[in-house]
Design a protein around this ligand. Structure first.
Ligand SMILES: Cc1ncc(COP(=O)(O)O)c(C=O)c1O
Length: 455
């Protein structure tokens, strides 16, 4: 097996060569980016959308492909950060949206669609008795946390190191922690993920190392009387779709329940695993669940739901609830129509096929790493995966500090130049329109890259 230190100089050469090719073959995207930079800081409205030397500007999407303004037609293996489970412009969703466009785009009162989508989610997800819609996953986690605080009367929030729950102050921390700044691995400290987050906010945040039940129990016990909730993803998304170990998630849930701490499961991404959510696969019943991404069928969305007694806090109109929940576009009828049309397609065989494809792909990627003697760990579950250029398995955030992001960046640009769109950070996912030929295309590019890396 080659050492990463030996491979990195070669990766740097590949990166430099691919960068030159990318710059030469994407003149329109470069021009579009320069224009954007005049009015948008960094040329984008989402941090993740930028990559050096400049992002390609999308012209349109079609099935499992995205086409950019320079005419490159790429296999999309990021699907708007896992959102587009049916791919781009699935005809059933386009039809539902067009029909709703003919009726109106935004109303002050329920269009009926909101109730239908809520019913679908309540029927599918056993723990969800009632639900509210938001415009983003971030708003969903924010409201769920507020509900937990109101319900328990306690101020603090426990989250995982490496856990991502959106952009609001109390969760935008300890997501990507620079090496050496997060405190001891068994007792991490909260590290602000952005300037502008106050010490007061951080003081209310407790950090737990993922997949370490012993440490989690100890940390929960220390803060129990102050903890409103623990919020956790069943699959640690930003770390590379690293699944929770069953004992960890079940144990964390049990301990939180024993201590009267509201257990919030963030299924914004993991809901693409199963109609009942990852919670069904893990056999747990969270107090609250957060949703987003796929439930909006490609339109802006989020949701939070769960126990009726907690959700009753939002019944300010007739039930004496104490949490107002506004939002001009909450449950927007276009989003609701797209969400319903999407969930209607997501039957058990559809999930099963996607998940099987992911399992097969991970096996084939591992086999490629072995064939080229490149230290590669492939994390993921179901249709989500990530290659880590690392000899060690990845079970939590700190494990990623040993992997080479340089090699991945080289693979990303190498892929772009060969019409495969990965994510710069390496996280990828499949969509329904993908089949064996597309998997073959991707694996071919990875193999070509590994050959170049080791030649
Ligand atoms: C697990 C998880 N929670 C919350 C969010 C925030 O969702 P949004 O980007 O819609 O605000 C994300 C977004 O990627 C996520 O992956």
């Amino acid at each position: 097996m080659a050492a990463l230190a030996e491979l990195e100089p070669r990766a740097r050469q590949i990166l430099e060569r691919e960068r030159v090719v990318y710059e030469a073959s994407n003149p329109r995207s470069r021009e579009a980016f320069e224009r954007s930079c005049r009015v948008l800081p960094g040329g984008v409205s989402r941090t993740l959308c930028y990559f050096p030397p400049f992002p390609c500007q999308t012209a349109y999407g079609e099935g499992c492909r995205v086409v950019d303004v320079d005419g490159h037609r790429r296999l999309d293996l990021f699907n708007c950060a896992t959102t587009l489970i049916l791919g781009h412009r699935p005809p059933v969703v386009v039809k539902a949206v067009e029909e709703q466009l003919g009726r109106g785009t935004a109303f002050q009162t329920n269009s009926g669609l909101e109730t239908v989508l809520a019913e679908m989610l309540v029927d599918r997800v056993a723990s969800v008795e009632q639900i509210r819609f938001t415009n983003s996953g971030s708003e969903g986690t924010q409201m769920a946390i507020r509900a937990a605080r109101a319900f328990t009367g306690r101020p603090k929030v426990a989250k995982m190191e490496g856990g991502y729950h959106g952009t609001h102050d109390c969760v935008e921390n300890s997501v990507r922690v620079p090496a050496g700044s997060g405190g001891p691995a068994e007792a991490p400290v909260a590290v602000a993920g952005s300037a502008g987050i106050t010490p007061g906010v951080l003081n209310d945040v407790v950090i737990i190392p993922y997949n370490n039940l012993e440490a989690a129990r100890r940390i929960l016990a220390v803060h129990a009387s102050d903890l409103a909730c623990v919020i956790v993803e069943p699959i640690l998304g930003s770390v590379g779709f690293v699944p929770a170990e069953r004992d960890f998630l079940v144990g964390l849930h049990r301990e939180a329940t024993r201590l009267g701490i509201v257990f919030i499961l963030d299924e914004v991404q993991s809901f693409r695993l199963d109609g009942g959510g990852a919670q069904k696969l893990f056999g747990i019943v969270p107090d609250l669940t957060c949703f987003g991404k796929i439930i909006g069928g490609g339109f802006p969305v989020g949701a939070f739901g769960g126990r009726r007694d907690i959700m009753a806090l939002f019944n300010t109109a007739t039930g004496g609830g104490s949490i107002p929940h506004a939002g001009t576009f909450n449950a927007n009828p276009i989003t609701m129509a797209a969400g319903i049309a999407t969930l209607e397609q997501l039957t058990e065989p559809v999930y099963a096929r996607l998940n099987r494809m992911g399992d097969g792909l991970r096996d084939r990627l591992k086999a490629l790493g072995d064939r080229y003697s490149v230290p590669m760990y492939v994390s993921g579950i179901g249709s989500m995966f990530k290659i880590h250029f690392s000899a060690a398995p990845v079970r939590c955030y700190r494990d990623t500090l040993q992997s080479s992001s340089l090699i991945h960046t080289a693979l990303f640009l190498f892929g772009l130049n060969r019409d495969v769109f990965l994510s710069e950070g390496g996280r990828c996912c499949l969509s329904v329109p993908i089949g064996d030929p597309e998997l073959g295309e991707y694996l071919g590019v990875v193999e070509e890259f590994l050959a170049a890396l080791t030649c």
